[in-house]
Design a protein around this ligand. Structure first.
Ligand code: NZQ
Ligand code: ZN
Length: 390
């Protein structure tokens, strides 16, 4: 196991009716002038936005609002938010929504006190050394941004989707009420499931030895998600299943699963080009790319793939490692299909003819190499896209 530091300061307030604590929590963390940031329609339709506004008014906390964040959040919204925060002297950002809203909030939080272009952070030109505090009311378990230091923003003009992280961007608190996720349609629920599983698998597939504790932690989260997924697809208002998935999404990506081990992240790199080019949901792209990546790299660490097949999917070892590993990959694919996820380019709406375009933006974003389980160059990336396109 490698040396590590783990710092996860977010206060998670989890369970039914926890939104009612939002005023107290904002005061506890020093908010006096809040930007409420939200998405397209769901928070308005469900009454959640109105509920939060009423609480803030009753607690005499000033606020301004900025809605309209779209999935795969845009740089143009971030610029708008930065301008508003400066004009209104905002000192705290409350994100109501999922990964897209939270990431947009994080980018605004980092960009507001910085005099240059916030995109400089994403290009690695400057380090974030100051940010407004961010908190969340989570409405979709998926990206794990409610507990992560990361943000992913799409630069609209260039179609460049890029991630960046800094510990200052970990939310100070996150309110997680599973009942808020009852309104999620089946497809969004499934995209979230694929994303949280991907966050675990990006860490699980490592060449680092002697990491039994985090191996078992990863497997436990995957097993719980695999158990709860069909329940929630059949019965969207099943509290227990919604609650378990919601907590799983946070544990999958707050960093704990990756401690002491080298992480991979090639599949996320490959996927971001798909959501940038086609506007598809991140989780849908991952469902297509993860099995394809696995098929390409499994011989570079076959024992780990055998472990994945036997411990996560209950596949019996036949003595033929290759056969067992491939059965594990097929089991993952079958599971994705069973909850309505796409598993190839055609089902995603992607085109084989666009692989050159995907590679050209991937080259810019990755600098030409990605992943750790097996180091990949652009020839490898092309081969993986071709597997997904079959
Ligand atoms: O915009 P509204 O109307 O709110 O609708 C949203 C959106 O269309 C809807 N939704 C959310 N909560 C709902 C709901 N609909 C009904 N009922 C509810 N309770 O769901 C749609 C998707 O929302 P979005 O926020 O885009 O989903 P998600 O949480 O999957 O976030 C995806 C973004 O996160 C990034 C992805 O790349 C993508 O841009 N990621 C961020 C990470 C991070 N910050 O650590 C890590 C991830 O790997 C990921 O890359
Ligand atoms: Zn993800």
């Amino acid at each position: 196991m490698n040396n590590f530091r783990f710092w996860s300061p977010t206060e998670f307030v989890f369970g039914k009716n926890t939104v009612k604590n939002v005023g107290t929590l904002l005061k506890k963390y020093g908010a006096t002038n809040v930007l409420i940031h939200y998405g397209g329609a769901s928070a308005i339709k469900s009454g959640l936005l109105c509920e939060v506004e009423n609480i803030l008014q009753n607690e005499f906390i000033n606020y301004v609002k900025l809605g309209g964040v779209q999935p795969n959040p845009l740089d143009t919204m971030v610029y708008k938010g930065i301008e508003l925060c400066r004009k209104e002297n905002v000192d705290f950002i409350l994100a109501i929504g999922g990964g897209s809203v939270i990431d947009s909030a994080k980018a605004i939080a980092a960009g507001t006190p910085y005099s240059g272009d916030f995109w400089n952070f994403f290009q690695g030109k400057v380090t974030i050394n100051k940010a407004l505090p961010v908190a969340t009311v989570l409405t979709i378990p998926a990206a794990g941004s409610e507990g992560s230091p990361n943000m992913v923003i799409l630069k609209e003009k260039e179609k460049l989707k890029k991630g960046h992280g800094n510990p200052l961007l970990r939310p100070v608190f996150s309110i997680m009420d599973p009942e808020l996720t009852y309104t999620l349609p089946a497809n969004q629920t499934a995209y979230g499931i694929a994303d949280m599983m991907a966050h675990v698998m990006e860490r699980y597939f490592t060449q680092t030895c002697d990491v039994e504790t985090s191996d078992r932690l990863c497997e436990a989260i995957l097993l719980a998600v695999i158990h709860e997924a069909p329940i929630v697809i059949d019965d969207p208002c099943n509290y227990s299943a919604r609650a378990n998935l919601m907590w799983a999404s946070t544990l999958a990506h707050n960093g704990v699963c990756g401690m002491g081990r080298e992480e991979d992240w090639a599949t996320h790199g490959l996927e971001h080009e798909l959501s940038a080019l086609y506007g598809v949901a991140h989780g849908a792209g991952l469902a297509v790319m993860f099995p394809a990546w696995m098929q390409y790299v499994y011989t570079s660490g076959i024992d780990r793939f055998v472990q994945f097949a036997t411990r996560v999917w209950g596949i019996e070892e036949t003595g033929d490692k290759k056969e067992t590993a491939l059965k594990g990959i097929q089991a993952l694919k079958d599971f994705f299909v069973s909850i309505g996820l796409p598993v190839n380019f055609e089902q995603l709406g992607a085109k084989k003819d666009d692989i050159d375009k995907l590679i050209s933006t991937l080259q810019i974003n990755s600098g030409g190499t990605l992943g750790n389980f097996r180091k990949l160059d652009m020839t490898d990336a092309r081969a993986i896209y071709e597997i997904a396109a079959k």
